[in-house]
Design a protein around this ligand. Structure first.
Ligand SMILES: CC(C)(COP(=O)(O)OP(=O)(O)OC[C@H]1O[C@@H](n2cnc3c(N)ncnc32)[C@H](O)[C@@H]1OP(=O)(O)O)[C@@H](O)C(=O)NCCC(=O)NCCS
Length: 254
């Protein structure tokens, strides 16, 4: 696999169920602390999703770097953002991952901070309450101009752009989200963002193209990125997975 060119972002879309048959093989790629984390999840489905995501992340990054997936070492920022250990990363790869429901997204680029967020549109989402907390006045005005039935999705468009941005910065949801203002495009162009804390910085936002049930966005610290979105399929990772058939059948959660 070739590393992304400067200014290019490769976005890998993952349907997690596609990879369940590879679960045990992917689990074997995890570092001991990652396996320990997987075991701490209460619901097996969450443990499986974490394991699949980490295994696939290791597989993809190792492929770009020409390394073994098990050899990669992650370091963590102040709010938990994983990055590659500098000594292993001459290409200055940067990445970010998000998952929701049965979908994961992994974005990889070079030399620029990147963040992604994907959310499943959940019928139980309390839009009014959340909007008061995390949207600016102008964003709420836009939100309430949208028909009732489309409001959850509209809210999640704001939310995913903001979360992708704070993830790119390595902050968490503790960032002042209502002060980070997103202007959603009405004309097929990209959303824009204002963060008074960092007025001079350059960011590009991009809305991911996902199945109807999901909303997602990406933020990258460069001017005009070329974004390539590809669905990851099991044959693309098979060569890196030590054994293929899962010993256990698919598990379910709640
Ligand atoms: C990061 C955060 C926004 C992710 O929220 P989420 O919607 O539940 O999760 P997503 O699926 O979108 O992303 C999770 C992935 O993002 C990455 N990630 C974790 N923390 C991150 C951060 N601070 N910034 C960017 N990416 C982060 C990891 O790869 C994580 O995957 P993993 O759980 O498999 O390790 C949220 O967990 C958060 O706010 N964390 C910060 C907590 C904090 O501030 N801690 C301070 C120390 S006390």
């Amino acid at each position: 696999m070739r590393s992304p060119a400067a200014n290019a972002v490769q976005v890998w879309l993952v349907q997690l169920d596609d990879f369940l048959p590879l679960r045990d093989g992917l689990a074997a790629l995890l570092a001991p602390e990652e396996s320990a984390r997987a075991q701490r999840f209460h619901f097996p489905v969450h443990a499986d999703h974490f394991t699949l995501c980490r295994g696939l992340l290791r597989t993809l990054l190792a492929d770009y770097l020409g390394a073994a997936p098990t050899a990669l070492e992650f370091h963590y920022g102040h709010a938990g953002k994983p990055v590659l250990a500098e000594a292993q990363n001459p290409q200055r790869l940067t990445f970010n991952l998000s998952h929701s429901g049965g979908v994961a997204v992994i974005a990889v680029t070079r030399g620029a901070a990147v963040g992604v967020d994907v959310e499943q549109v959940d019928k139980a989402l309390e839009v009014d309450q959340l909007a008061r907390r995390v949207l600016s006045g102008a964003e709420r005005e836009w939100l309430y101009s949208v028909a009732d039935g489309k409001r959850r999705r509209a809210f999640l468009r704001f939310w995913t752009h903001k979360e992708a941005y704070v993830k790119a910065r390595g902050e968490g949801l503790g960032a002042p989200l209502a002060e980070i203002e997103v202007q959603l495009p009405t004309d097929g162009l990209r959303a824009r963002l204002t963060d008074r804390r960092h007025a001079g910085d350059t960011w590009a936002l991009h809305e991911l193209s996902l199945e109807r049930e999901y909303v997602g966005a990406l933020a990258v610290a460069c001017r005009d990125p070329a974004i390539e979105q590809t669905r990851l399929t099991p044959p693309q990772v098979l060569a890196s997975v030590p054994f293929r058939a899962s010993r256990r059948g698919p598990r379910s959660g709640r």
